[in-house]
Design a protein around this ligand. Structure first.
Ligand SMILES: [Zn+2]
Length: 406
């Protein structure tokens, strides 16, 4: 246990938002922090050295993808995720639950408001076939790679994540959507809580069995959709949970969240969770979402979006987002963002990026990803600095005013 810990630092006036330091066997993470996503043990298109160079403190990979390919046993034999992918810093793995349960359903994590007219216990987009089936024991699913049948249970997820060897792991939970009924959310939450108990027990077993491996922390995941009573109860239950002398080292805040309620929901959960344990919000990266979630007490974040949109030429700047593919950038010999301290902006022009995208050159993705990841990491770093300096509210107003001015 001595290898993992969280030390809170400066705290906002609301008593929820804070800075802090997460200690892991592979180094510290100063929070709030944006964690770069390396789903398949690579931050797509970018060398690990560049990921470190752009200021990312940790990388998050996905248990589902690495279990199917190359197999978590191979990552284990390589010496764990960090060694396998040549990333010396802290690592996270998510449980695979979200990927498995959303297989084939055709819905994204955060649902558009216009989809809320639908309410059902088995939510599926038109024309899609469900590839995963949930029962009280676990989830049976069909591989997106070759159609093979697989089964994930809390025990299987914990074994996979121990083989992957990340510093921070997540408990296996059921992910619902905002379209599920209240009744379904309640029974799903009971299942997630029962799975949390099984995750802690298997985590203890694996930790004892795998002698000599660096300590791996386990975060419980708070579900409960948009319901205040369910979210608060779930957070209280997970915080109080102790199995074989082991409790959660931190917490994830999961499930579909509407943008409008994001800060409110994170706040409910943060109020119930112990102050001295870190809280990870899964899957957000828009600037206004960062400010809302950090104010409400979230410490770390991950999201594929900054790198995913970069590969299509969408560029984040303090003045908002633009696409470098548009004709306006053809003869623009200025950096992607004036004043940006990233490698791409120090060395290349919009016109060059425009050319690389038009010519479908691989370097386009690399250079655009470096900029967007740097933008995102730096924004969260700047928010941390603003909390430390006691000027969070001022920075929030200035930054968001400029970013959304268009
Ligand atoms: Zn840049």
């Amino acid at each position: 246990m001595a290898d993992f810990g969280f030390t809170p630092g400066a705290v906002l006036e609301n008593g929820l938002g804070r800075t802090g330091v997460i200690q892991t066997p592979h180094g510290e993470i100063r929070t709030p922090a944006f964690i770069a996503v390396g789903t398949k043990a690579t931050v797509k298109a970018v060398l690990p050295e560049a990921v470190a160079g752009l200021g990312a403190q940790a990388v998050l990979a996905n248990a589902y993808h690495l279990y199917l390919q190359p197999g978590s046993d191979i990552v284990d034999a390589a010496g764990g995720l960090g060694t396998f992918m040549n990333w010396p810093g802290p690592t996270f793995t998510d449980s695979g639950g979200f990927q498995v349960m959303s297989l084939g359903v055709g819905f994204k994590k955060v649902l558009a408001m216009d989809a809320t007219g639908l309410v059902d216990d088995d939510v599926i987009a038109p024309g899609k076939t469900r590839l995963a089936h949930v029962d009280d024991e676990g989830v049976t699913f069909t591989s997106h790679l070759n159609g093979d049948r697989h089964r994930f249970t809390p025990e299987v997820s914990m074994r996979i994540q121990h083989e992957l060897g990340a510093d921070i792991m997540f408990a296996f939970d059921e992910c619902t959507t905002l379209l599920n009924t209240r009744g379904y959310q309640e029974s799903s939450l009971e299942r997630t809580q029962a799975w949390a108990v099984r995750c802690l027990a298997e985590h203890e077993r694996q930790t004892t069995e795998r002698v000599g491996k660096p300590y791996q922390a386990l975060f419980g995941v708070v579900q409960g959709a948009q319901y205040e009573d369910l979210r608060r109860q779930a957070a209280r239950d997970l915080a109080a949970l102790e199995v074989d002398g082991r409790s959660f080292d931190g917490f994830g805040i999961g499930g579909a969240l509407e943008k409008e309620n994001l800060g409110t929901i994170v706040g409910w959960v943060a109020e119930e969770l112990p102050f001295d344990k870190p809280r990870h919000l899964l899957g957000i990266s828009e600037p206004d979402d960062f400010f809302a979630a950090i104010a409400a007490g979230a410490d770390t974040f991950d999201c594929v979006m900054p790198s995913r949109v970069a590969r299509n030429g969408a560029i984040y700047t303090a003045q908002g987002r633009y696409n470098v593919n548009t004709a306006a950038n053809r003869r623009s010999f200025t950096p992607l963002e004036e004043g940006c301290d990233c490698y791409t902006c120090a060395n290349y022009s919009r016109a060059y990026l425009h050319h690389l995208f038009k010519a479908k050159e691989m370097l386009a993705s690399t250079l655009a990803t470096i900029h967007n990841e740097r933008f995102t990491v730096r924004l969260v770093d700047d928010i941390r600095a603003s909390i430390e300096a006691g000027r969070f509210a001022e920075f929030r107003e200035t930054f968001l005013g400029r970013f959304y001015a268009k």
